[in-house]
Design a binder for this molecule. Structure first.
Ligand code: ADP
Ligand code: MG
Length: 685
């Protein structure tokens, strides 16, 4: 039967309703889906050899003749062996198959087979166990580079490899070429048919490499184009035009002078919101750079323009912190602020809802609770999300959907992201960078120490607490055995510190498996100075402001990314006291130590992020799938930085010539971009 890209998988030989169901779990419904289901790895099964010459340590393909009828023996229930002697010109070999009793009937003396496996034993007693065995001349899974696919229950790799091969043979030529020819020529990219054939059935390494490069390039190229289209669509949308009262009136509310970088970001926000198009701006600034004041300015502008503002923070604690610092300040400008978190319940919550809907509140600060159905605004004009990487694009969009007219969006992030990646993650946002810290901060002194200095480190903790300061101790695991042996686990370690090391100190514990209510309670006690030492996991990474905390100890520091350590370190050095960060690591790897030392040399978050990128790849930034990007099927952003840069350049050039991808020759590309962003359909209509 003839296959087409939209032929359902059930039409393929060997696929009945049950297998079709399993394939559906992998998102595979049609021949086209199978073609686009890329291998996660390859196994090179090309090496050929002979019985005499086969190496002892790696699998090879042997062409063998069955020298006798196979013998079936049942060792015990659940263990059946099929054994036979096979030969070639150089010798003979005993082959054993486990639990494949059907082979007793399938292998015939005098016929030739390809066996792929490792030959063991000395000459004269050569043997092979469980080789892949196929009739010579009809070999499908031997003598080739075999693709290895991500699997699911009920679907074997051989089945998938067989299906994708069938589809690639029949339909690779039917996939429309979505990359313009000049572009393919300029970046030396393989054609689409070649790419789909060789990704599933590589002719050789070179063919595989160029197939992969083409497909990765294509995916990143489409992603970049999609981001650019989102941005241009937004530029055309109508936004609420804010008025811009003299900034001095805002500055007069503050207890300190703002930094130049804060002022620049504010000017950009004022220009965006007055432009008539909706703002979509990211304010990126290192921990402690004063992003909250920039957000306050946004809320002030909104109020001055007669519309409401919502500020969403990732935790209750942070929302409360913002409430404490912003509400009194803005009140002096007549701005009425409310707090909405999960803990606001019953009558208080109903009153808040009513006040928001009636326009009796100008600013609401809260958590995810802001997304609740009951939350209605009279006129929402500005949406601010703090610590963006905790929220996805979709959540931002959900809050924005509560507005009648496209609201302005402001995103605050402390994650310093190198430029290339920022284009991918925040491609639809304009960026303001706050690259200056408020004056009077003394940089955190950072030390990398080994296990041998542990007692001294404990002594240092006692000394600082004796001076009235507080201390964070961060562990890589919650419970013992998690993440690997020898890692400090917060629960047990807190107990040890409490009972044995610091019996005289007040030691608290907070970790990610606790209920957020309990977590917040412990954090509040720490913030109120009722705890001296806080043992935790990385839950304290985000935005908490306890100025009296002057020491951050990180256990098994080599287990963390540099950017993450930098975020953790940002929890101290927020007050007037000299602060310290001690990175405890017993790693013997010189490279790991060198990596950690970067932190003792610089406090520049961007430099540290670049260094992280060089050393570890961008995995850190993409660790959580919370960035709201479409799922990529082949491009691994960790390994494909060079291709990413080229794809970005190509997208920029193409869009300069055809900004909306409206030219007829770009129709296939536009279609592919739409599909890539399918989960964000609403953004494209
Ligand atoms: P982040 O950018 O990490 O969110 P915050 O906005 O929490 O930083 O600011 C950190 C601390 O610095 C807060 O206590 C804030 O009041 C203070 N701060 C912000 N801007 C300035 C400034 N220009 N001068 C002095 N202190 C400032
Ligand atoms: Mg902050």
């Amino acid at each position: 039967m003839e296959l087409h890209l939209d032929t359902p998988v059930e039409a393929l030989p060997g696929v009945g309703p049950a297998r079709a169901g399993h394939l559906a779990r992998l998102g595979l419904a049609t021949v086209g889906d199978l073609l686009g289901y890329f291998p996660r790895d390859y196994e090179d099964r090309r090496a050929g050899s002979t019985i005499a010459a086969a190496p002892p340590d790696r699998p090879v393909c042997l062409t063998l003749m069955a020298a006798e009828p196979p013998r079936l023996s049942r060792i015990r229930k659940g263990l059946e062996l099929v054994k036979l002697r096979m030969v070639d010109d150089t010798g003979s070999l005993n082959v054993t198959f486990f639990n494949q009793s059907y082979l007793k009937e399938a292998l015939h003396p005098g016929e030739y087979y390809i066996c792929y496996g490792t030959v063991e034993g000395p000459p004269g007693r050569r043997q092979m166990t469980n080789p892949v065995c196929e009739p010579a001349g009809r070999a499908r899974f031997t003598g080739c580079i075999l693709p290895v696919y991500p699997l699911t229950r009920g679907i074997s790799n051989n089945l998938l490899a067989g299906l994708t091969r069938r589809c690639a043979e029949a339909c690779a030529g039917q996939v429309e070429e979505a990359l313009p020819p000049e572009l393919r020529h300029r970046y030396e990219l393989a054609g689409v048919e070649f790419a789909y054939r060789n990704i599933h059935m590589p002719a050789d390494e070179q063919a595989l490499e160029s197939a992969r490069r083409r497909l990765i390039f294509e995916e990143l190229f489409q992603l970049t184009c999609g981001m650019a289209l989102l941005r241009s669509r937004r530029d055309r949308a109508r936004g609420i035009r804010f008025s811009t009262p003299p900034v001095e009136h805002f500055l007069a509310l503050l207890p300190f002078a703002l930094t130049g970088a804060q002022r620049r970001a504010m000017a950009e926000i004022a220009a965006d919101t007055a432009s008539g198009a909706p703002m979509n701006r990211l304010v990126q600034g290192d921990v402690g750079s004063g992003k909250t004041m920039v957000a306050a300015y946004g809320a002030w502008l909104a109020a001055a323009s007669g519309v409401q503002c919502a500020l969403m923070a990732p935790t209750e604690l942070l929302a409360e912190q913002h409430m404490r610092s912003l509400a009194p300040l803005l009140e002096r400008a007549g701005i009425r602020t409310g707090l909405l978190t999960g803990s606001v319940k019953g009558r208080a919550r109903r009153q808040l809802y009513a006040a928001l809907e009636a326009g009796e509140l100008d600013l609401v600060i809260g958590t995810h609770a802001l997304l609740s159905e009951g939350v209605c605004f009279r006129e929402l004009g500005l949406v601010i999300t703090d610590e963006q990487h905790r929220f996805g694009v979709a959540q931002r969009a959900r809050l924005a959907a509560k507005a009648r007219q496209t609201p302005h969006v402001l995103v605050l992030s402390a994650t310093p992201i190198p430029r290339t990646l920022a284009l991918i993650i925040y491609g639809d946002l304009d960026v303001s960078v706050i690259d200056e810290l408020p004056p009077g901060r003394t940089p955190v002194e950072t030390y990398v120490v080994g296990e041998d200095k542990r007692q001294r480190m404990y002594g240092f903790v006692r000394k600082l607490v004796g001076e009235g300061r507080q201390v964070y101790v961060v562990c890589p695991a919650v419970e013992e055995g998690e993440g690997g042996d020898g890692l400090k686990a917060a629960v047990a370690y807190a107990e040890t510190l409490r009972a044995e090391v610091f019996p005289e100190l007040r030691v608290g514990l907070v970790h990610g498996k606790m209920k957020s209510r309990d977590k917040d309670a412990v954090m509040s006690r720490f913030a109120a100075g009722e705890l001296d030492v806080l043992v935790s996991t990385t839950v304290i990474e985000v935005g908490v402001d306890v100025p009296n905390a002057a020491l951050m100890v990180v256990e098994n520091a080599d287990r963390f990314g540099l950017s993450q350590l930098h975020q953790l370190r940002g929890r101290v050095g927020r007050g007037k006291h000299q602060s310290y960060c001690v990175l405890v690591s017993d790693t013997r790897s010189a490279a790991s130590r060198e990596r950690l030392r970067v932190l003792s040399k610089t406090t520049d978050g961007f430099k540290i992020a670049e260094e992280d990128l060089k050393l570890r790849g961008p995995g850190d930034f993409f660790g959580q799938r919370q960035h709201g990007l479409p799922q990529l099927s082949i491009a691994d952003l960790a390994g494909d930085m060079r291709v990413l840069k080229q794809a970005q350049q190509a997208a920029e050039e193409l869009l300069a010539a055809d900004p909306g991808l409206t030219r007829p020759e770009h129709a296939p590309l536009l279609e592919r971009v739409r599909r890539l962003f399918a989960e964000h359909g609403e953004m494209f209509n």
